[in-house]
Design a protein around this ligand. Structure first.
Ligand SMILES: [Mg+2]
Length: 117
């Protein structure tokens, strides 16, 4: 399913429940933030599990997948409400990030290349 098809499915889910009135940009951005927090909650008080450790813990992996989906649903809904072509914006932003973090200066460094400390 492509991005726009997923957005149409989400829109249909919202319309069938007459929830459009609640789906203001502020409300959906708030819901997105809550869902990201629910994703993070799965790691609260844990060490820093590797992807393999997460995958091997079936219950944790299931919860992480569900919260990842919730997060994506609200992100796609937010973009749809504001008529943001998310695929184009991601490509555009990645180009800006390539300029901001050129690979030859940023490889292995998490700090911005221009930072001096
Ligand atoms: Mg959730």
């Amino acid at each position: 399913m492509d991005i726009q098809a997923v957005q149409r499915t989400i829109e249909g889910f919202v319309r069938q429940r007459d929830w459009e009135v609640y789906h203001t940009p502020k409300n959906v951005a708030t819901a997105l933030s809550v869902e990201v927090s629910e994703l993070l909650e799965n790691f609260q008080w844990l060490h820093n599990p590797s992807p393999q450790e997460i995958y091997n813990d079936g219950d944790l992996y299931r919860r992480v997948k569900e919260e990842t989906a919730d997060t994506m649903i609200y992100l796609l809904r937010f973009a749809d409400i504001l008529n943001i072509d998310i695929a184009s914006e991601v490509e555009r932003k990645l180009k800006l990030n390539e300029e901001k973090y050129p690979a030859e200066r940023s490889r292995g460094e998490f700090r911005k290349y221009s930072r001096q400390d």
